[in-house]
Structure formats: C-alpha cells, structure tokens
Design a protein around this ligand. Structure first.
Ligand code: NAP
Length: 249
C-alpha cells in the first residue's frame, strides 16, 4: 500500500507541483485547498498518470475544518504520514500602512494553519512510528520590504519546524523547512501586478539578482520536498534549506 501524503494549498503553484511529484514518487496524495473543486484538476491529472489522489476542501486555519479534513484523508486514502504545509497568502504593505486584519490573515494561514495541520497529522505519524513534515518558509524570513507580516510568519515557521524536530524525532518523525526564493507562481504574479510591472519583466529583473541566473519553478521546490519526505533523509531534521538559486534572497 502507498504511503499517504497531505499537501496543503495544492490546487496550484508550488503545492500542485509537489502533489504531482509525490504521486510520481509513489505516495497517495491528498490535495488540500480552500475549495475541494479547486484541487480536483490536480487530482484528475495525478489519476490520469496512474497515481492515487483525493481532493479535500479545508481552510487550514480553521480548527474544525482541519480535524474533518484529516479524518477524511485517513478514512478514504489511509493514515497520513507525510505532511507538506504549503498553503499561503500574502497581504503586503509597508508597516505604517498595514492593517491589523492583513497582519492577522497572514499569521493565521501560515502559522496557525501549520500548527493545526501538524497537530492533527502527527497522531497518525506517531502511531506509524514514521513520518515526514515539510514546512514552506521563505527567503522573506530574512526580512523583506513590505512583508513584515509574511516575514514574521515565515521566520516563525522555522522555529516551529525546529521544535517539531526535537519533539517528534523519537517517534521516527522528521521535520524540515524549505525557504524558496523567487518562484514563478500566481503569488509572485500578484506581486508583479501590485507594483505595476509585467510579469516577464518582473522575473527578468529578479533573475539578474539570482546567482544561477534564473528564477525558480514550482518543480524546483517539489524536488527539495521529494528529498525531505524520502527514506533517505531520515537523519536530516530541524533544518532549513534555502532553495533560491543562491545563498540568500
Ligand atoms: P499560490 O500560487 O498563491 O498558491 C497558494 C495556495 O494556497 C492556493 O491554492 C490557495 O488557495 C491556498 N490557500 C490559501 N489560503 C489557504 C487556506 N487558509 N487553507 C488552504 N489553502 C489555502 O502560492 P505559491 O507561490 O505556490 O506558494 C506556496 C507556498 O510557498 C506558500 O506558503 C508561500 O508563502 C511559499 N513561498 C512562495 C514563494 C514564491 O516565490 N512563489 C517564495 C517563498 C515561499 P486559493 O487559490 O483559494 O487562495
């Protein structure tokens, strides 16, 4: 039987690429996103390629919805032993213009969502004596103008990851974080739109600042996730891997 993985925010972008990759690697994948319908195309694609997947609608920051979603995955796919906390939102603004709602929304989805999902899924991992948790941080954790909420959340996820590694290691569970740099997704397209620059110009300008000379693709992050959830990474825990085409943002 396939090991079961949950990927949050998996309807598009990095989450969708990760769901596809884990399915290719033999996991049965729960594609969790706000709306079940939104995740269905990714599920259909995985199934068409011979994989196993299930679309589940849940807001990761809603405690009851998380409990229901994880129970459904366990009942319909099997007990989840891999969790990729990828769901995310941005509400960028300079500090003096940032509303408390924009602060709360970003911290709720990234930090509370990651906490609720991890708490719900660890039970299955501990029972199995094996598990892998991968949290999506960001180079913005190092500081990024206009993202005081997001950078605080993404730095918080690094501390959360290290503590999970300490608490869950004895149960065969590892926890690691990936901090992507510039990845071409709807999220970075939204940033380009906000600053009024066409996306191709925006990525070209970003690529000039990146040592490897290009911006990232969702598959670049999925490749790193594939390592962290593999058998081979069992002695790697509590780490933050910057996947940014260079050493920093
Ligand atoms: P994306 O294209 O905006 O996709 C994010 C997904 O998360 C969307 O499908 C979104 O659903 C879903 N989502 C949002 N809030 C949710 C919630 N409360 N519960 C469940 N699902 C929710 O983003 P991405 O660029 O792929 O980013 C994925 C992750 O990588 C995020 O954590 C992001 O912060 C991180 N990251 C991205 C970059 C980058 O350059 N793109 C860099 C560093 C880190 P809706 O479509 O319904 O909103």
């Amino acid at each position: 039987m396939s090991r079961v993985a949950i990927v949050t925010g998996a309807a598009r972008g990095i989450g969708a690429a990760t769901a596809r990759r884990l399915a290719t690697d033999g996991f049965a994948v729960a594609v969790v996103d706000l709306a079940e319908d939104a995740g269905q195309p990714v599920v259909d694609e995985i199934r068409a390629a011979g994989g196993e997947a299930l679309a589940v609608g849940a807001d990761v920051s809603d405690e009851a919805a998380v409990a229901t979603a994880v129970d459904r995955v366990a009942a319909e796919l099997g007990a989840p032993v891999v969790l990729v906390n990828n769901a995310g939102v941005i509400r960028d603004n300079l500090l003096f213009k940032m509303t408390a709602d924009d602060w709360d929304t970003v911290l709720r989805v990234h930090l509370r969502g990651t906490f609720l999902m991890s708490r719900a899924v660890q039970k299955h991992m501990v029972e199995a004596g094996w598990g892998r948790i991968v949290n999506l941080s960001s180079t913005s954790a190092l500081g990024n103008r206009g993202q005081v909420n997001y950078s605080a959340a993404k730095a918080g996820m690094q501390g959360f990851t290290k503590t999970l590694a300490i608490e869950l290691g004895r149960f065969g569970v590892t926890a690691n974080a990936i901090a992507p740099g510039f990845i071409e997704t709807d999220m970075t397209a939204a940033t380009a739109a906000r600053v009024g620059v066409p996306f191709d110009e925006f990525t070209a300008a970003a690529a000039k600042e990146i040592p490897v000379g290009r911006t990232g693709k969702p598959e670049d992050i999925a490749n790193a996730v594939a390592f962290f959830v593999s058998e081979a990474s069992g002695f790697v825990s509590g780490q933050v891997l910057y996947v940014a085409g260079g050493p920093k943002a």
